[in-house]
Design a protein around this ligand. Structure first.
Ligand SMILES: CC(C)(COP(=O)(O)OP(=O)(O)OC[C@H]1O[C@@H](n2cnc3c(N)ncnc32)[C@H](O)[C@@H]1OP(=O)(O)O)[C@@H](O)C(=O)NCCC(=O)NCCS
Length: 200
C-alpha cells in the first residue's frame, strides 16, 4: 500500500496512557486499582458465573487469569487498553471496568465491564463506569467512548444508560454467543456534553 498524505492529524499523540502511571480511582466506597497477579483466583471465580460466561463468551482458570491480570500493565504501556479491578474497602474483588481498542487517531475506545454476582444491584458497574469515563475525557483527552451489548442483556443496557451512554442504534445479528447470533445495542458518550442526544 503506497503512503498517502494524511489530511487530519491524529487527535491524540502516543503516550496518552504510556506517559503516566495508571491511576487509582475512588468513588464512594469503591476503589478502582490496577490489576495484580494476586487477583487471579478471584477473577477465575468470577468467570464461574454463568452470566459473565454468557456475555463475555469465555471461561478462565487460575493460570489463564494470572496471564490476564498481568497483561494489563503492558497493554497500558502500549497505549492499547486500560483495565481496573473494582474492589471494596477490604480489597475484595467486586468487578472489572475498563476500555480497550484505544484508537489514538480518533481519540476513541470501547468500554468493557462485569460485576461479580454478590456485588450486583448497588451501582457498582455504573459508578465505576462513570469514574473511568470522567478520567478518559477530562484527564486523558479521549473524545468518544463506545460500548456494545447484546440487546437481551438488560443489565448492561441499564449500566450504560445510568452512566450517560446514549443508545445510538442496533446492530443486527452482530454477536455470536453460545445460543446463536444476537443483535446488539451501540451506546456512546462523547466528551462534549452538548452532543449527548437521546437516540432510538
Ligand atoms: C450487567 C452488570 C455489569 C450490572 O452490574 P451492576 O453493578 O449490578 O449494575 P448497576 O447496579 O450499576 O445497575 C445500573 C442500572 O442497571 C439496572 N440493572 C442492572 N442489572 C439489571 C438487570 N439484570 N436487569 C435490568 N436492569 C438491571 C439497575 O437497576 C440500574 O438501573 P437504574 O439506573 O434505573 O437504577 C452485571 O450484572 C454483570 O456483570 N453481568 C454479567 C456480565 C455482563 O453482562 N457484562 C457486560 C457485558 S456487555
Amino acid at each position: 500500500m503506497p503512503r498517502v498524505p494524511v489530511l487530519v492529524p491524529p487527535v491524540l499523540a502516543p503516550g496518552v496512557l504510556a506517559g503516566r502511571d495508571q491511576p487509582r480511582l475512588e468513588v464512594d466506597e469503591l476503589v478502582l486499582r490496577p490489576w495484580s497477579g494476586d487477583d487471579a483466583p478471584a477473577v477465575a471465580a468470577a468467570y464461574e458465573d454463568p452470566d459473565i460466561r454468557r456475555w463475555h463468551v469465555w471461561s478462565m482458570d487460575v493460570a489463564e487469569a494470572t496471564t490476564w491480570t498481568t497483561s494489563w500493565a503492558d497493554r497500558w504501556r502500549r497505549d492499547e487498553a486500560a483495565s481496573w479491578a473494582v474492589v471494596d474497602a477490604d480489597d475484595r474483588l467486586l468487578g472489572r471496568m475498563g476500555f480497550q481498542k484505544l484508537d489514538l487517531d480518533d481519540a476513541e475506545a470501547h468500554v468493557a465491564y462485569w460485576v461479580v454476582p454478590a456485588a450486583r444491584g448497588r451501582g457498582v458497574a455504573s459508578r465505576a463506569l462513570s469514574a473511568v469515563t470522567e478520567l478518559a475525557f477530562e484527564e486523558l483527552g479521549l473524545h468518544r467512548l463506545q460500548l456494545e451489548h447484546a440487546t437481551a442483556n438488560a443489565g448492561s443496557c441499564g449500566v450504560a444508560r445510568r452512566a450517560g451512554y446514549t443508545v445510538e442504534g442496533t446492530l443486527r445479528s452482530q454477536m455470536m454467543h453460545a445460543d446463536g447470533w444476537h443483535d446488539s445495542h451501540v451506546h456512546g458518550r462523547v466528551a462534549d456534553a452538548s452532543a449527548h442526544e437521546e437516540g432510538p
